[in-house]
Design a binder for this molecule. Sequence first.
Ligand SMILES: Nc1ncnc2c1ncn2[C@@H]1O[C@H](COP(=O)(O)OP(=O)(O)OP(=O)(O)O)[C@@H](O)[C@H]1O
Ligand SMILES: [Mg+2]
Length: 316
Amino acid sequence: MLEAVDLSRAFDGRVALDGLGLEADAGEVVVLLGPNGAGKTTTVRLLNGVLLPDRGCSRVLGLDPATSGDQLRRRTGVLTESAGLDDRLSARQNLAAAAAIRGIRGNEAERRITGSLERFGMGHRADVALQGASTGERKRVALAGALLHEPEVLFLDEPTSGLDPTATRDVIDLIADLTRTRGSTVVLCTHLLPEAGRLASRMAVLDRGRLRAYGRPDELAAALWPGLAVDLDLGGPATPPVLGVVHGCRGVLGVEAAASGARVRVEDREAVPAVVAALVAADVAVYGATPRPATLEDVYFALQGEPSPAAPDGTG
Ligand SMILES: Nc1ncnc2c1ncn2[C@@H]1O[C@H](COP(=O)(O)OP(=O)(O)OP(=O)(O)O)[C@@H](O)[C@H]1O
Ligand SMILES: [Mg+2]
């Protein structure tokens, strides 16, 4: 569905993307993460064929974006950072232009445009010029335009930046829904890690044009941290003898004291009941045992070499 091999591009001799390799299946959400200037937007532009690589190649929907860009873009939708709208035109007129480019005309175009504007909460503002529209309103119109022709692959460059919390949630739900019900493939650039965590089936972490990591978030987490972290609520920090009890249980990989008890690392959740039973047998009150699977956020910060507030081993 989507593949890149050694994809590279420089601007004025400065490398923007260097040897990118990735692949994804239909219906997946590939999230591109990384600091400003990492190469995310460049990747999207290369994959959608609006920019040509200096080296390497890619395939999207079986097409080479570098040579079959027009053909490809009929089947992809794109939301760019700048939204690409004409301010002098109304939302409806902007969408009509987008529809015309896709070859959607007449009643069919009208039906889709009206439906799309309603779906994105822009029905009431459909016929006034976009000039003066808020950031979020523009984004909604641009998203409506990107989805008008029901694309098989969707490139979304920071689709929720500037959106209010409700609109952000709606867009996240929409992306999840598109992949689930229509099998659309989504390439999503974002700086919002919780949003990425909810959607990503694969995550790519870029830094100064280089791919630092690529894979399924849970597999990347498993490679970083073996087993599963579980927080034990013991009503106060675990004492060394209590830590000793936990450490002696089968399936325990490690344990350390925490403010309200201990954080224990186990091979898998099947080890938890025995840990609780051993503590109870040793007369230790156990108020709770809560698994803390590593999140995409944990993986991201670990790859950046920064501590995460929620790092699964408590240190990052
Ligand atoms: N058209 C261009 N001309 C010159 N330099 C460019 C161009 N497009 C991108 N670059 C440079 O390539 C690098 C990667 O840019 P890119 O836009 O891909 O980053 P990004 O990861 O999308 O960043 P952001 O999070 O800020 O959107 C940057 O150093 C940028 O200045
Ligand atoms: Mg960008």
